[in-house]
Design a protein around this ligand. Structure first.
Ligand SMILES: Cc1cc2nc3c(=O)[nH]c(=O)nc-3n(C[C@H](O)[C@H](O)[C@H](O)COP(=O)(O)OP(=O)(O)OC[C@H]3O[C@@H](n4cnc5c(N)ncnc54)[C@H](O)[C@@H]3O)c2cc1C
Length: 604
């Protein structure tokens, strides 16, 4: 149906009326599909019909919605700030369309209300039933998942959801924004420094600027400088399971490695908990476009990849808690581990998968900290890029993430300098990126170049760079600096518990066994340390945090999947998934000497 077609019983839009409020919203890239009669019939087997009257509220903004609604007749409006002076219609759905976006499947609260506009009928299906159907019925699953992903992207783009009011110079504003951005939560940032709306809102809520940052939602909820956990609970992101909870496997970190481990563990029947300190997706979630991932010929954004993986893990029953920062790991007598968290809580599991990845290194330049978050960034996403529309920016680094960032930022900024310490890009950047960087008219590559000084008190005004061959300095007038200079593992909390290499990455397999401080933990097990297993039996390390790993999305995800195979072996499951029902070998190493030789070549 085109956007100009009227719904049954609908009148033409009178002159001067808000058209969005009257007509059905046209589909945008599969975000508003119409279910077929056959699909509706399959859903009907699991749901009930319900009559609607005008102004019936089916979904209430700010509340968790447990129901999936399909419009059978009449129409339903999706409204932001329903019942307030700011109320406005985001879209209208007619027969065959359904309500809900990503939050529905993730158990988050609704970011809008859904209100019936006229007498009609809807099909009501519980979200649990919907989840079961999505898992089993490929066509319905595909239509619903694609729509939910598309709708979340549209909501984020529209600045729907909660508001963060705070100064661009406040570290807490930066923290809240980073949490919201990286978790892809619909929100709008109102800058205390430049946004005229800020003053009016502060006055309305009777709050002084010194009490910012604030999180405001629906004119009814106001949080003063909340912690990330408080914001997460407001939105309905799941908290840690109750203390004393015992599971089969606890996965620490939810980048590609952790999410892959979650999908395989949960789909193979293990009770699975994932804990994440900051945001699902890890480093990959900050990538504007991943182009070398098998199966995505035109690339996929890190955000979309993450949402897809999350839905998949969710669908198989993995529980994912955010924010939950693991701070300690301790073996317990009865063959399980206890992981402690920053908020004092603990979780026990029979096996632990460490998928904690790495974080980008800071540039060692005096005064750079004061510009972090305002003009110095360690990732390049659309929010940061939007701040660089008029001014040149610089990217530091010679690897693939620097190359990607340059190309992405060149779509926004008038000029992008790529500052590389070494003599060429070939050493660390993939050929496909080098070719695009070299060919881009807005990009200037500066080799043998290092940043020596940042100029600017609150925002970056200029960089001083030096040619490390000649010692000649040059000023660069840029307003944004994006740093991609290698990464350090997130393993401070593991030092002294498991064997790490000299740079802090987790040793696994034969290397872990060799470096194991307490070899007696392996005695009597009838097996040696397995591939991906750390120096404690039943603790595995996957992805970027593992010593010798390849530092790619695909390899991280592959290792996450593989680790679960070894988790089954550790748990003594006789038929290990993937081994065609063959019992896991016991006694000696899990790999033949020939295979082990190949494996160490790969790890090197
Ligand atoms: C900007 C950018 C672009 C990239 N582009 C590509 C690309 O195009 N192709 C490609 O193959 N690779 C790319 N990479 C590399 C790729 O993203 C990484 O190799 C991959 O994300 C590693 O996955 P991981 O799961 O091992 O770790 P990470 O992605 O680092 O995830 C680790 C997660 O663990 C969490 N965590 C850390 N410590 C704790 C703790 N104590 N408790 C709980 N949680 C914790 C972190 O918050 C994080 O979410 C890119 C990286 C970046 C930064």
């Amino acid at each position: 149906m085109s956007g100009d077609q009227l719904l049954p019983g609908e009148e033409p839009v009178p002159e001067g009326t808000d058209e969005a409020a009257c007509r059905e919203t046209p589909d945008v890239n599969g975000a508003y599909p119409r279910l077929t009669e056959d699909q509706i019939a399959r859903l009907t087997e699991r749901g009930q019909h319900r009559s609607t009257a005008p102004n019936d509220v089916l979904i209430q903004e700010g509340e968790r919605c447990e129901t999936f609604f399909v419009v059978l007749s009449g129409s339903v409006a999706v409204v932001e700030d329903y019942g307030t002076p700011e109320e406005h219609v985001l879209r209208v759905h007619g027969p065959g369309r359904f309500m809900g976006e990503l939050g529905l499947l993730h158990g988050q609260v609704a970011f809008y209300s859904a209100v019936a506009r006229e007498p009609g009928q809807v099909l009501v299906v519980s979200v649990d039933e919907l989840r079961r159907l999505v898992a089993r019925d490929a066509t319905i699953g595909d239509v619903v998942l694609r729509a939910c992903l598309g709708r979340r992207a549209l909501l984020v783009g529209q600045g729907a959801g909660f508001r963060i009011i705070g100064s661009r110079y406040s570290p807490d504003t930066r923290r809240l924004r980073e949490f919201a951005i990286r978790n892809r939560l619909p929100h709008r940032w109102i800058d205390l420094e430049t946004d005229e709306e800020a003053e009016g809102l502060l006055r309305r809520f009777g709050v002084g600027p010194e009490e910012t940052p604030l999180v405001i939602w629906r004119d009814t909820t106001l949080l003063r400088n909340p912690g990330n956990a408080a914001l997460a609970r407001l939105i309905g992101l799941p908290a840690l399971p109750a203390a004393g909870c015992h599971g089969d496997v606890l996965i620490v970190g939810s980048g590609p490695a952790g999410l892959a481990a979650a999908v395989y563990a949960a789909s193979e029947g293990l009770s699975t908990t994932v804990v994440e300190a900051l945001a699902t997706g890890g480093q990959a979630g900050t990538s504007s476009r991943i182009e070398n991932l098998l199966g995505f010929p035109s690339g996929i954004s890190g955000a979309e990849l993450t949402e897809r993986a999350l839905l998949q893990a969710d669908k198989f029953g993995a529980r994912i808690s955010i924010p939950a920062e693991a701070t300690g790991l301790r073996p317990e007598d009865d063959d399980h581990y206890v992981v402690a968290f920053a908020d004092g809580s603990r979780i026990a599991a029979r096996a632990v998968v460490l998928a904690v990845g790495a974080r980008y290194r800071r540039l060692q330049v005096p005064g750079i900290e004061r510009l972090e978050g305002t003009s110095v960034h360690y990732s390049a996403n659309v929010y940061e890029a939007q701040q660089c529309r008029t001014d040149p920016v610089a990217v530091v680094g010679g690897g693939n993430s620097a190359g990607q960032a340059v190309l992405f930022l060149a779509g926004y900024a008038p000029k992008v300098y790529l500052l590389v310490r070494g003599p060429s890009l070939e050493a660390h950047m993939s050929r496909y990126l080098i070719d695009q960087v070299d060919a881009h008219p807005q990009v200037e590559v500066m080799l043998h170049t290092e940043v020596t000084k940042v100029v600017g008190r609150q925002v970056l005004e200029e960089l001083d760079v030096v040619d490390n061959r000649t010692g000649r300095h040059r000023p660069l007038a840029v307003r944004g600096l994006f740093v991609f200079t290698g990464a350090d593992p997130h393993t401070e909390w593991l030092a002294g518990t498991i064997a790490l290499d000299s740079r802090g990455f987790v040793l696994t397999g034969p290397e872990a066994l060799e470096a194991c401080a307490r070899p007696e933990v392996w005695h009597g097990r009838g097996r040696s340390c397995m591939t991906l297993e750390a120096s404690l039996p039943g603790v595995f390390a996957v992805g970027d945090v593992r010593s010798g790993s390849v530092k790619r999305v695909a390899s991280a995800a592959g290792e996450g999947a593989m680790a679960i195979h070894f988790v089954h072996r550790h748990l003594g499951h006789s038929a290990v998934p993937g081994s065609m029902g063959t019992p896991a070998p016991v006694g000696g190493s899990d790999v033949s000497p020939r295979i082990r030789h190949k494996e160490s070549a790969w790890l090197a």
